[in-house]
Design a protein around this ligand. Structure first.
Ligand code: SF4
Ligand code: SF4
Length: 436
C-alpha cells in the first residue's frame, strides 16, 4: 500500500495546522503539524484510518476508482447545459482602460436577419438534443439607436420562438432603456460590470470620448431588480481597485441589492490573454489576486455578504459539507461552451472569439468546421495533458484554461497551473473564521 497520489496536503493559512484533501475518495481532514509530518515521512501512528479514508491505497484499486469517476465525469458533462455565445458586433460605447477588445475592428454595423437566422438554424441543429441557452456578448450589445435595438429585439424573439433563455453581457450604461424589451423575454440574467463606486468606477470604465457611467449603470440595475430581471454584478479587480471592493460591497448592501433574489455577483481578474494590455503591472497573478482578496475579506468580512469567493474547493466544502466531484477538466471550450460572431465564424469560447486564426469554422454564409481543431479542444483534460497526468492537484485544478495555456506554451494540450494548495489553505481559514 502507498500514499494516494491524489492527496493534497498543505498548511492552513495563518495557523500551525495542515489540511489533507482527497477528491477521489471524497475525504478531507484537518491535521496537526505532527500528523502532517507522518504523511510527509510515511511513518503513521494510525494507518487504518488513512486506509479507510483513501489517503493510503492499493495503486491498482485506486486506478480503477479513477477510471470509474472519469467515465462519470464525461457522462455527466455530455448532459450538461451548453452556453452559446453570440457576438452581434464588437462595437462599444465605452473605452475602458483595460479593454482586451480595443485592438479589434469595432465596426458600427449590425448583422443581417439572414445571418441571425443562420446562427439559430446552426445552433438548433448542432445542439438539437442538448440543454442550452444563448448569451449575447460584445462589444456592447445594448447600444443606443433603433438599429441596434431592433437587432437585439430580433435575436430575443428568435430565442423565444426556439424556447431558449438568453443571458446578456453588458456594460449596463443603457440598461434602463432596454428594460422594456428585456422584461418581456426569457432573460436568464444580465451581467453588468461595476469596478468600484463613483470616481473609482468612472476612472476605469468611461464612455468613448470621456464621460461618467456609474450613475447610469446603477439606475439600470435598480430598474432591472424591480422588474425581476436577474442581475449578475461583476467587478473586474486588479491592483488599482482592489481596495474599492469593500466600498462596492457596502454600496450594494446599502442599496438593498444583496437582499434581492434577483441579484448575484462575480469577481473577475484581468489577465494577459489577448495582447499587451496597457499598464500590465497592475494585473494580479491568480495567487496574488486570491491573496489580496483573502486579506480584504479578513479585514472587511461584510464583503462576504456581497460575494463569496470560491478559493478552489473551499467554498463548496463549507457550503455543502462535502467535497465537490473530481474536476478532470476545468475548460469548457468546445464542450459546454461555444462562441459565434457576426462575421459568421465559430469559436471555442469567449477567450478566443474574434481572434484572428482562432476560428474553428463558419455558420454563415456556409457551414464549415475544422474537425481536427475541434477534436484538439474536445480531447483536452487532465488525462490528455502530459504534465497533468502525474500531478497530485489534477482533480482540483482540472488543467486550467486552454486559451491561456496556448498563449503561454503555444499548445492547448499544455497546462495552465492553478495555485490550488495555497487557495485551499486560504479558503479553509477564511470560511472557518467567518462562516457560522
Ligand atoms: S479556453 Fe479558457 S476561457 Fe475558454 S472555455 Fe477554456 S477555460 Fe474558459
Ligand atoms: S495544470 Fe498544472 S497544477 Fe493543474 S493539473 Fe496540470 S500540472 Fe497540475
Amino acid at each position: 500500500m502507498e500514499l494516494s497520489k491524489h492527496n493534497i496536503v498543505s498548511k492552513i493559512e495563518g495557523t500551525e495546522d495542515y489540511y489533507i484533501v482527497n477528491l477521489l475518495s471524497g475525504n478531507a481532514d484537518i491535521l496537526s503539524a505532527q500528523k502532517a509530518e507522518e504523511i510527509f515521512s510515511g511513518n503513521f501512528s494510525d494507518i487504518d484510518e488513512y486506509i479507510e479514508k483513501g489517503y493510503i491505497v492499493e495503486q491498482a484499486a485506486e486506478k480503477k476508482i479513477y477510471n470509474e469517476k472519469y467515465l462519470d465525469f464525461i457522462e455527466s458533462r455530455d448532459t450538461d447545459e451548453v452556453q452559446i455565445f453570440f457576438v452581434p458586433w464588437y462595437a462599444c460605447n465605452f473605452d475602458c482602460s483595460y479593454c482586451y477588445q480595443s485592438g479589434y475592428h469595432n465596426k458600427f454595423t449590425v448583422p443581417s436577419t439572414e445571418l441571425i437566422d443562420s446562427f439559430f438554424a446552426y445552433v438548433l441543429k448542432k445542439f438539437a438534443h442538448r440543454k442550452k441557452y444563448i448569451t449575447i456578448f460584445g462589444g456592447e450589445p445594448l447600444l443606443p439607436g433603433e438599429t441596434y435595438r431592433n437587432t437585439i429585439t430580433y435575436i430575443l424573439s428568435r430565442a423565444k420562438e426556439a424556447n431558449l433563455e438568453v443571458a446578456i453581457v453588458t456594460n449596463g450604461f443603457l440598461l434602463s432603456e432596454y428594460i422594456d424589451i428585456l422584461k418581456d423575454n426569457p432573460i436568464r440574467e444580465v451581467q453588468v460590470t461595476l469596478d468600484g463606486v463613483n470616481a473609482t468606477h468612472d476612472s476605469r470604465r468611461y464612455l468613448q470620448g470621456g464621460g461618467q457611467t456609474f450613475e447610469s449603470i446603477c439606475k439600470g440595475i435598480d430598474q432591472a431588480l424591480t422588474s425581476n430581471v436577474t442581475i449578475n454584478l461583476r467587478m473586474v479587480v486588479d491592483k488599482e481597485n482592489i481596495k474599492a471592493l469593500v466600498d462596492l460591497a457596502n454600496y450594494a448592501i446599502n442599496k438593498g441589492w444583496t437582499k434581492s433574489p434577483f441579484f448575484k455577483t462575480q469577481l473577475g481578474r484581468n489577465y494577459e490573454l489577448h495582447y499587451c494590455q496597457t499598464g500590465n503591472e497592475r494585473l494580479f497573478s491568480r495567487l496574488e489576486f486570491y491573496t489580496a482578496l483573502f486579506h480584504e475579506v479578513n479585514e472587511h468580512p461584510e464583503i462576504l455578504e456581497f460575494h463569496k469567493p470560491a478559493f478552489s474547493i473551499s467554498k463548496f466544502l463549507f457550503e455543502n459539507g462535502e467535497l465537490p466531484s473530481p474536476l478532470f477538466d476545468s475548460c469548457t471550450g468546445c464542450k459546454t461552451e461555444w462562441a459565434f460572431d457576426y462575421t459568421g465564424n465559430i469559436y471555442a469560447c469567449t477567450a478566443t472569439v474574434g481572434k484572428p486564426g482562432e476560428a474553428l469554422g463558419t455558420f454563415y454564409p456556409e457551414v464549415t468546421l475544422n474537425d481536427d481543431m475541434v477534436m484538439d479542444w474536445e480531447d483536452r483534460d487532465v488525462t490528455a495533458i502530459a504534465a497533468c497526468k502525474e500531478c497530485s492537484l489534477q482533480l482540483a485544478c482540472g488543467g486550467g484554461c486552454a486559451a491561456v495555456a496556448q498563449n503561454r506554451n503555444g499548445s492547448i494540450q499544455s497546462p495552465d497551473c492553478r495555485p490550488v494548495k495555497e487557495l485551499i489553505g486560504m479558503g479553509i481559514k477564511l470560511y472557518s473564521t467567518h462562516e457560522e
